[in-house]
Design a protein around this ligand. Structure first.
Ligand code: 5CA
Ligand code: ZN
Length: 409
């Protein structure tokens, strides 16, 4: 699949910082030390509905990770998937009486537009589940040959007990795992499984559902976790720097993916760091396509909201906190954008050298975007109150805000 166009990232004077970030697997802060090419996999959308503010907030967090790395003069090898075949997509297509392929294409196209408008850096490889099937089948066959997978009425399941490291991403107890598995696409109550938590690797063809050639597995379609493993291993290999997504992906998705990969390769871990963003809510409940309590990026754009204001609204919340989208959040962001634009529109201003360092320090400290915004606010207030003689300052602020926060002033 093609991704979306990249917005330019201006180079800044001085030296960027190494990123210290919260790792779910170790439960604490770690300083990432990628090589000259940092490798990151961010779980992509299931394209059955438009991009809402929750998705946008999660992609914003991982966009910041990359901007911090780029500021250290590293290259970034970024991979993202599109879950363009899975139960929720088929269910929505049936509900709305639309072709599932058309639905996925339409929503993926809209996602690309939203990401472009929000200045999110595009992945180098943007891969759909369907196009990954030829790579998924041999992995499932291999897991079966290793004795880590078993068949149940034609479906193939992964045995979580085959991975000695199972549980080391999310650190949940068995009861919590079982609950979340049922909530998030698993089938713990299906009888005949070795362990209720075992996730499906390959689902045998069902009447009326699309299916693909699965070699010795028979016709069918892939499970969700093996999709991301196949794509990540193919394009990044084991031991990549970060796997990212919202906190609802820690279990089962990232836990299962890690286990699949570790059993397949005999190496540990799949990702050096597991990073999770908090959940955005609306009216007190997690924004989710299945609940339908959504504010869409595309809807705001259609209503004439500046995407830079949407981005500032996301940045105003720490990526790890759960927060609530309200009209006030957007109004505050629109007001802030106005103040910043006015401050950089003058030919000169207070020196901004210290401000660039403050933004760097804030982001390097577990992506503290709210602190970065507060630093820019202080500079803008100074500009408003007293101005300054530094001819290069407004331009430097614009470049820093663009390069590090993805906001075009
Ligand atoms: N296709 C899979 C990942 S392989 C998937 O979870 N798709 S999704 O469309 O449901 O979600 C895409 C990303 O948005 C995931 O990282 C998910 O954790 C995140 N996300 C979904 N809802 C919210 C929310 N309310 N707040 C924050 N992030 C969210
Ligand atoms: Zn994924």
């Amino acid at each position: 699949m093609h991704a979306w166009p990249a917005s330019e990232v201006p180079a800044l004077p001085g030296q960027g910082r190494d990123l210290r970030i919260h790792d779910t697997a170790t439960g604490g802060l770690v300083t990432l030390q990628p090589g000259p090419v940092a490798r990151i996999y961010v779980c992509g959308i299931t394209p059955y509905d438009a991009t809402h503010m929750g998705h946008a907030a999660t992609y914003n967090a991982f966009d910041l990770v990359q901007r911090v790395w780029l500021d250290t003069k590293r290259q970034v090898h970024y991979v993202q998937n599109v879950t363009d075949i899975d139960d929720p997509l088929l269910e929505r297509a049936q509900r709305d009486d639309v072709d599932w392929v058309k639905l996925a294409e339409r929503e993926t196209a809209l996602f690309r537009e939203d990401m472009t408008a929000l200045r999110m850096l595009p992945p180098r490889h943007y891969i759909g589940a369907v196009e990954a099937i030829p790579g998924i089948v041999p992995l499932v066959e291999r897991l079966r040959d290793l004795g880590a997978a078993y068949e149940l009425d034609g479906d193939v399941y992964f045995s979580v007990e085959s991975d000695p490291h199972f549980g080391e991403v999310s650190h949940l107890d068995a009861a919590a795992m079982r609950l979340l598995s049922a909530e998030r696409g698993g089938d713990p109550d299906r009888s005949g499984k070795k362990n209720p938590l075992d996730p499906v690797l390959w689902l045998a063809a069902r009447d009326g559902e699309p299916s693909w050639d699965g070699g010795s597995l028979g016709r069918g379609r892939p499970g969700w976790h093996i999709e991301c493993v196949a794509i990540a291993l193919d394009h990044l290999g084991m031991g990549f720097d970060v796997q990212g997504g919202g906190s609802d992906l820690a279990f089962p998705h990232h836990e299962m993916g890690a286990s699949h990969a570790q059993v397949l390769t005999g190496e540990f871990p799949m990702a050096k760091t597991y990073v999770h963003a908090g959940m955005v809510a609306l009216d007190g409940e997690k924004m989710s396509k299945s609940k339908g309590n959504l504010v869409f990026v595309s809807r705001l754009r259609r209503d004439g909201v500046d995407p830079a204001a949407v981005r500032l609204a996301l940045l105003a919340h720490h990526y790890r906190s759960d927060w609530e989208w309200t009209d006030q959040v957007l109004q505050d962001a629109v007001a802030r954008l106005g103040r910043w634009r006015s401050a950089v529109s003058r030919p000169d201003g207070p020196s901004a050298d210290a401000l660039v360092e403050e933004i760097r320090d804030a982001l390097a400290d577990d992506l503290n975007a709210p602190a970065a915004l507060a630093a820019v606010d202080r500079w803008a207030a100074l500009q408003q109150e007293r101005g300054g003689e530094d001819i290069g300052a407004p331009g430097l602020v614009s470049r820093a805000v663009d390069a590090l926060l993805g906001v075009a002033l």
